[in-house]
Design a protein. Structure first.
Length: 255
């Protein structure tokens, strides 16, 4: 696992940076090109607008209590891509960073009980109302991929369990936050097309994102989603948003 001691100043700038207006249908276009890296250092995202999600604008899992404020839990995220993968950057505002239920280094951890970011993918964009029925056949096209604050990971509720470090990877700036005073966490994901059951870059996928929040140890306290069905925001793909992709620029060299 990779923990990045990120500059707290840059993180605070990103947390209050460019914000994009999202259509009512929750459709996004992934930014192409750029030297995206899933290392938890978000320098390459500084020119890309982020989507802001607060307890008032997002969707709360009906089984958890609402956060008390934006400082208790809110987040911003952006999506990008190259020819090989989808990249997701997330900046979380949280009044406490807690990761007591998941062992660092685990790739089969109970992400929902700690501070974590979860990515939900519907690679065939069929919008099934429950991806976990029929033996989870729909999960061949994605499912749930989670990165816990301390670097643990989970993809057991996907078609590719325990595939962290193989088909997908990511990092957080856990060291910077736990050793400093900032209440801002950065996460970065790289999701290959294979995590969506695909061989090549698609035109469109179903997509959702959540932040799980544990304030006091033990079980989670809050779960805030970008969009979705409050009763099953993790499996009802018919209520996901979408991400569309354009061909990446050709003959671009990166340092």
């Amino acid at each position: 696992m990779l923990f990045i001691h990120k500059s707290l100043t840059i993180l605070l700038v990103l947390s209050a940076g460019l914000v994009s207006a999202v259509p009512a249908d929750h459709s996004l276009s992934a930014m192409s090109g750029g030297a995206f890296k899933a290392d938890g250092v978000l320098d390459e995202w500084s020119h890309i607008p982020f989507v802001a999600v607060t307890p008032k604008t997002g969707v709360l899992d009906a089984r958890t209590a609402p956060p008390s404020s934006d400082q208790d839990l809110s987040f911003r995220f952006a999506v990008g891509h190259d020819a090989d993968a989808l990249y997701v950057a997330v900046v979380v505002t949280d009044d406490r960073t807690v990761a007591d239920s998941c062992k660092p280094g685990s790739i089969s951890a109970p992400a929902w009980d700690d501070d974590a970011v979860e990515i939900f993918l519907d690679g065939n964009h069929n919008g099934t109302p429950d991806s976990r029925i029929d033996g989870g056949k729909e999960l061949h096209f994605g499912g749930e991929f989670s990165l816990i604050a301390n670097g643990a990971a989970m993809s057991d509720f996907s078609g590719y369990p325990q595939s962290f470090g193989k088909l997908w990877n990511g990092a957080s700036n856990y060291a910077a936050v736990t050793n400093g005073t900032a209440q801002v966490m950065a996460y970065e994901f790289r999701m290959t097309w294979a995590t969506m059951g695909l061989k090549n870059m698609p035109k469109i996928i179903g997509f959702n994102l959540s932040v799980q929040d544990d304030d006091d140890g033990g079980r989670r306290d809050h779960a805030l989603y970008w969009t979705g069905n409050p009763q099953r925001p993790f499996s009802d793909e018919s209520k996901f948003g979408t991400v569309t992709f354009d061909e990446p620029p050709q003959n671009v060299s990166h340092p």
